[in-house]
Design a protein. Structure first.
Ligand code: PMT
Length: 407
């Protein structure tokens, strides 16, 4: 799977540099096209000539050593790479990348790339455990960088622990898997807007009405759209889930806030998927102070919230628009009705009373209703697998609308 893939190997200065030489050789043997940037410190461990001979390409060390006057080297490399791998990645380079510092050929190139970046840390076990390194790694995770965890074993400094650069054979295997699974990115160049989670409608400062949505279904869709290459905007109601990496996440509370957030992004979206369980009603009055209990019963008057999906259906021009239907009975009838009244391209219906489907679970059981009358009943599967199926339909709908292949 790595044949003809363009891999930019960034080697920073630690004893594990010798392994990077073996890694270069193994990648080339597997058919990859490898270019290498060495940091100044890395070049003290193993010479550029070694990497040049193994990669059969020129090796870069100095940002100002412009080998080809037709291009600017670090931008050219940043654009060239299918995958950038920093191996070994020192604590110093990890800190620079986390801080957005661009003071050498490696950091300037990585700052300028849109390619996937993998970091393979290698350092002393206590360095790896230091809170500063941990914090920097989590910042990089938020930026969407991926990691090849160091393995445990004997370290050059004499310690035994976690910090060894993963073995070159294993790294090649991981790269092979990566290209095998992400070889096709059918949503590259597309903007996908997804809503997830519940909304909360205030009664007073301490009370609200809401529902059981955990956000899992919507977040799985957002992750899958991202994996398939889309630029993702996730508008999320209040949930306990972490923001997924590599996408814009807009947190909202109420249906009204979700309405404004969604409309803000709608015009630029190619695909909109409304997974959120939006409250249909809100208390007519949201009290400024806590409502005190009194003798006897009380009544809250509710008013309708805006139906966001309906509104999108009236405004829709170029977008593929997908809605969900959470039902407890007459699923097919209600789903078909929503398909029509909300002017959407597909409804994903789930009977939320069935075990393994709907709110809070890691699985779902859905049926897809399309405008051409097609109905696909899917078996119980993980929400991630449901997301893959929905994205397959999205790609098909984009193709039907002639919106495919123009990226
Ligand atoms: O979040 P999880 O715990 O993973 O659970 C997943 C889920 C059950 C929330 C999800 O699978 C699901 O069914 N989402 C839709 C829930 C819902 O609100 O369904 P509905 O049938 O009431 O609404 C139909 C569609 O209109 C939905 O796309 C909804 O987002 C949209 N809507 C509804 C009301 C409103 N005021 N504005 C809307 O946009």
């Amino acid at each position: 799977m790595v044949k003809d893939k363009k891999i930019l190997l960034c080697v920073t200065g630690g004893i594990a540099v010798y392994k990077a030489a073996a890694l270069t050789s193994k990648l080339v043997q597997a058919g990859a096209c490898v270019k290498v940037i060495l940091s100044e410190s890395a070049a003290k461990f193993v010479t550029p000539l070694t990497f040049q001979a193994l990669s059969r390409n020129e090796v870069y060390t100095d940002t100002f050593d412009e080998k080809n006057p037709q291009v600017i080297a670090h931008i050219d490399l940043a654009d060239w790479a299918d995958l950038i791998l920093v191996a070994p990645a020192t604590a110093n380079t990890i800190a620079k990348l986390a801080g957005g510092i661009a003071d050498n050929m490696i950091t300037t190139t990585i700052l300028a790339t849109t390619a996937t970046v993998w970091i393979a840390p290698a350092m002393n076990v206590h360095m790896y455990d230091h809170p500063a390194v941990k914090k920097n790694l989590s910042v990089l995770a938020e930026y969407g960088y991926q990691f090849i965890e160091p393995s445990e074993g004997y370290l050059a400094c004499g310690y035994v622990g976690k910090g060894r650069l993963e073995e070159p054979e294993k790294i090649v295997e991981l790269i092979e898997q990566y290209f095998a699974s992400s070889g096709s990115q059918p949503l590259k160049g597309k903007t996908v807007l997804i809503t997830a989670g519940p909304t909360r409608e205030k009664i007073d400062p301490v009370r609200f009405i809401s529902n059981h949505s955990s956000g899992k279904m919507g977040y799985a869709l957002a992750e899958e759209a991202k994996r398939q290459g889309a630029d993702v905007v996730l508008v999320s109601g209040p949930v306990q889930l972490q923001n997924p990496a590599g996408m814009e996440v807009v947190r909202v509370e109420s249906a009204e806030e979700m309405y404004h957030a969604v409309l803000n992004y709608f015009d630029h979206a190619d695909v909109v998927i409304k997974t959120a369980a939006v409250s249909d009603y809100r208390p007519k009055i949201a009290y400024q102070h806590k409502v005190k209990k009194q003798a006897g019963n009380t009544t809250i008057e509710f008013e309708r919230t805006k139906d966001i999906l309906y509104e999108l259906g009236t405004r829709k021009k170029k977008q593929v628009l997908i809605g969900f239907a959470a039902e407890t009975n007459n699923v097919a009838e209600y789903a078909r009705k929503k398909l029509e009244t909300k002017n959407v391209d597909m409804i994903v219906a789930n009977n939320v009373k069935i075990e393994g489907a709907g709110f809070g679970t890691d699985t779902n059981i859905v049926t897809l209703y399309k405008r051409d009358g097609t109905v696909s009943e899917l078996p119980i599967m993980s929400k991630t697998a449901v997301a893959v199926k929905i994205m397959e339909e999205v790609t098909a709908l984009l193709k039907e609308m002639g919106k495919y292949g123009d990226c």
